[in-house]
Design a protein around this ligand. Structure first.
Ligand code: MTE
Length: 342
């Protein structure tokens, strides 16, 4: 995610075709976006990232504390074969956006290894008849965990195919018995600056006013595609992917898929999400993947798919409306001007 720092013509995502341009971009973001503090050009964590995407793939696995993930029992999903290739697990674990641990793609892997996910408490409250609080075991045992292979498309124009494990958000919302006045759902990430270095430092955390907040309309939240994920690749989530529980809304840009959730509140007003608050002209409430609506500073027509091999050699693929889930979700937006409500 980028904070608005330059004019439209200065730097476009489509220009990012090789190492040097990529490095330059990261440098610009880091030096201009947040403070006047001078930051080294390539930090050790970023060096790890470049190793990860180097040709021989013998990249560093040991830059951070490797978080121990447990095996999960789950129902195998029949759509498993329909998306290919699946992004390698290593890249899903080491190329992340989780600003609470730093704004670099390798920072979450580097700095989240000691994050405590058990005990955990997730509260569902607000306009409901039965507020619920789930603990760590509830998240892993109370619901039928299934595998869902979904595309993920980041607003920064890169994408992955990820085999998530989780349960439908609808099943949890149903348990809480929403009141008829409930129209929206607000999500909140843990606030714990002692564990999340970016929350205690504006420079490290990208100047975000934490906790990270997201929101959905209630009908989006109970759509069968909307998942509360507790794992991937057959195991519980690693902290850098949002352990112990994160949202996955596959037809929306990745920033909607909020990580490490502690509160889900049903409300009658549309929540203002974190990125909307920072740059309302760039990031909307809906954030549906849409190749026809460009980000003000780059095109959304295509994306860099992160699969096997060298990141910088990969070709772009065409971005699909609603990230390929048009059939399942386009009806939710009938009559809505998607250019205006981006
Ligand atoms: N959730 C929180 N709390 N903080 C974040 O910085 N980044 C978002 C989203 N959820 C983010 C977050 C963005 S921009 C993306 S693209 C996805 O997480 C990335 O998920 P991944 O790192 O598991 O691929």
């Amino acid at each position: 995610m980028l904070i608005k720092i330059r004019k439209k013509s200065d730097l476009k995502e489509s220009q990012i075709t090789d190492h040097s341009v990529y490095l330059n971009r990261r440098s610009i973001i880091k030096t201009l976006a947040f403070t006047a503090v001078t930051i080294p050009f390539v930090k050790p964590a970023q060096a790890g990232l470049f190793n990860l995407f180097s040709e021989n793939e013998n990249g560093s696995d040991n830059s951070g504390v490797i978080f121990a993930r447990s095996k999960l029992e789950y129902l195998k999903n029949s759509n498993h074969q329909s998306l290919s290739p699946i992004t390698p697990e290593k890249k899903i674990l080491q190329y992340n956006n989780f600003y609470e641990f730093g704004t670099g793609k390798a920072d979450p892997f580097e700095y989240a290894g000691q994050f405590k996910v058990d005990p955990w408490s997730l509260t569902i409250d607000g306009l409901v008849d039965k507020a619920i609080t789930l603990n760590y075991d509830d998240l892993l045992k109370r619901f039928v965990i299934e595998e869902r292979l979904y595309r993920m498309r980041c607003v920064e124009a890169w994408s992955m195919n990820i085999p998530w494990l989780g349960f439908s958000l609808a099943s949890l919302i149903k348990l809480a018995s929403p009141k008829s006045a409930a129209k929206f759902v607000r999500f909140e990430t843990l606030y714990d600056p002692k564990q999340m270095r970016g929350q205690g430092s504006s420079r490290i955390g990208g100047g975000i006013d934490y906790p990270y907040i997201e929101g959905l309309r209630l009908d989006e939240a109970i759509n069968p595609l909307t998942l509360l994920s507790v794992g991937l690749y057959g195991k519980t989530l690693a902290p850098q992917n949002g352990a112990p529980v994160r949202l996955v809304v596959p037809w929306k840009y990745g920033f909607k898929s909020i990580k490490s959730i502690v509160r889900i509140t049903l409300t009658d007003k549309a929540p203002v999400n974190t990125w909307q608050k920072i740059a309302p002209s760039e990031y909307g409430f809906f954030a549906n993947v849409n190749p026809d609506v460009d980000h003000p500073r780059w095109s959304q027509e295509s994306e860099r798919f992160i699969g096997e091999g060298n990141l910088f050699a990969q070709t772009r693929k065409q971005t699909l409306p609603f990230n390929g889930y048009q059939e399942e979700v386009a009806d939710l937006y009938k009559g809505l001007d998607l250019k205006r409500y981006f």
